[in-house]
Design a protein around this ligand. Structure first.
Ligand code: NAD
Length: 483
């Protein structure tokens, strides 16, 4: 860990760091329960000021920066993130408990890759010329413009703060929008450090602002503000549902990346050497605090006992502890509330008759740890129906591909899914049949800036990343010139 961390705890409002007028909130280290910092909270008045600054920048200094200039600034931010990679990774490990190796290997590099990918798009955002039938007998020249949506509120959860922020921030900037970021109360510190890098990179005032605070105050004020044109939200299905109702009032563009209950399907011809490491990662990575967690593991009956044993073994082999210890594979859950919620689901699983194969208890004397837990169960049980957001898997048998798909699709969610098979035809057929926004075959949930990401059903609305990210951050305008 970096020896001394100089924490940023104030709002980035305009181009200045200022104390919020909404009081403060406490940020805890989930590995120990100790207080890390008191973070400034933005009030509704601070949100008004940020929207004013974002609006001025949108039509003024940011609009004046040519596309290649925007690309250069986004690349400059990526350079600074690379320079401060260990500080940023350390802040996420301290603040939300991710093993430091995972933060170094995924969270920060993914942010850099996303910034660079969209920096490349900034001078390639084009409309098109459209042939047409003419206007009352006169020819026309018709074309579309792709223009920024406007002021965008990026509301971020705590489970992978920097990575998820990158999926919102980078395309929004490349397309010429201005962005007001609302980090999660449980993990604001790395994003507040990023705010410093935004200033150092030289973005004009108001292009990127960071307003930590309570969801019900700061987040809600952004969502209802008439000067915000789009809300890009990642978080729980429950909050996403409320946000969509509020944004309907002002017809704001709304992208919702919500919860999941994703399936990992182990077909009868799966290569088990490949399945075991991947399936464990799919459900236990980041202590199960992953929207795409493959927490329902469907296994062909012929492999059921072997996979149940293997996954139980993978759970037992996890090393829980200090996120900064190199041997640690699982850190704590983010808060005591989240730990207790997960343990509540474990109790419910046992009460409904699921067989506990591994784990099932809190771990250690300090911090908010839960043992990786494996149940043998059915798709009807609460543990297989509701998002737990902890390291808990339910392993469920099936007899045919059709039954596997029917079970996997029998859920309110539709974020991701994984299919393990060596048969190409089966891989493509089942990928087409699985109702989810992103499917991995023989690999769990690849997350890359080039690949669109988002969910069906209660897992959300819209897509981030890839070219979809450009479409989601621009409005199309049709111009028809009668010749
Ligand atoms: P959450 O919904 O509690 O909070 C998410 C963010 O919304 C936080 O910044 C919070 O302060 C803010 N917020 C809360 N109430 C608000 C309101 N009324 N108005 C505006 N903003 C408000 O979610 P969480 O507990 O931080 O994150 C976990 C959830 O996020 C899980 O359900 C997980 O599946 C989901 N998630 C989804 C994806 C995805 O890509 N689909 C990725 C990561 C996490």
């Amino acid at each position: 860990m970096t020896t001394t961390l100089d924490l940023t705890t104030d709002l980035l409002l305009g181009d200045s760091f200022v104390a919020g007028t909404g009081g403060t909130f406490t940020s805890l280290n989930p590995a120990t329960g100790a207080t890390l910092a008191e973070v400034s909270a933005a009030s509704a008045g601070d949100v008004d000021r940020a929207v004013d600054a974002a609006t001025s920048a949108l039509h003024g200094d940011w609009a004046a920066v040519p596309p290649s200039g925007k690309a250069a600034l986004i690349h400059r931010l990526a350079d600074l993130v690379e320079r401060d990679a260990s500080v940023l990774a350390d802040l996420d490990s301290l603040d939300m408990g991710v093993p430091n190796g995972l933060a170094q290997m995924l969270f920060v590099p993914n942010l850099v890759a996303t910034l660079r990918y969209y920096a490349g798009w900034a001078d390639k955002i084009n409309g098109e010329q459209i042939g047409n039938d003419g206007y009352f007998g006169r020819p026309t020249h018709a074309y579309t413009l792709r223009q920024p949506v406007g002021v965008i509120a990026a509301i971020v959860p705590w489970n992978a703060p920097l990575m998820i922020l990158g999926w919102k921030l980078a395309p929004a900037l490349a397309c010429g929008n201005t962005v007001i970021i609302k980090p999660a109360e449980d993990a604001s510190l790395s994003i507040l450090h990023l705010a410093r890098l935004v200033v150092e990179a030289g973005f004009p005032a108001g292009v990127v602002q960071v307003l930590p605070g309570q969801g019900s105050v700061t987040g809600a004020a952004l969502v209802r503000h008439r000067g915000v044109h789009k809300v890009s939200f990642t978080g729980s299905t429950e909050v996403g549902r409320e946000i969509q109702k509020v944004t309907a009032d002002t017809f704001k563009r709304t992208t919702l990346e919500l919860g999941g209950k994703s399936a990992q399907i182990v077909c009868e011809d799966a290569d088990l050497d490949l399945v075991f490491p991947s399936i464990g990662m799919g459900v236990f990575a980041n202590s199960g605090q992953t929207c795409a967690a493959g927490s329902r593991v469907f296994v062909h009956r012929s492999l059921y006992d072997a996979v149940l044993d293997g996954l139980g073994g993978a759970a037992g082999a996890q090393v829980l502890g200090d996120p900064f210890a190199p041997e640690t594979t699982l850190g704590p859950l983010v808060s005591a509330k989240q730990r207790d919620r997960v343990l509540g689901y474990v109790q419910k699983g046992s009460a409904e008759g699921a067989k506990l194969v591994a784990g099932g208890k809190a771990f250690g004397d300090a911090g908010f740890f839960v043992e990786p837990t494996v149940f043998a169960g059915t798709n009807e049980m609460t543990i297989a129906r509701e998002e737990i957001f902890g390291p808990v898997a339910t392993v469920i048998p099936f007899a045919s591909d059709e039954e596997a798909l029917a079970l996997a699709n029998d859920t309110d969610y539709g974020l991701a899914g994984t299919i393990y098979t060596q048969d190409l035809a089966r891989a493509h057929t089942m990928s087409a049949g699985l109702q989810a926004g992103a499917i991995g075959v023989n690999g769990w949930s690849p997350l890359m800036p080039q690949l669109p990401w988002g969910g069906l059903k209660s897992s959300g609305v819209g897509r981030e990343c890839g070219y979809d990210g450009i479409l989601a951050n621009t409005e199309s305008k049709t111009v028809t010139v009668v010749l």
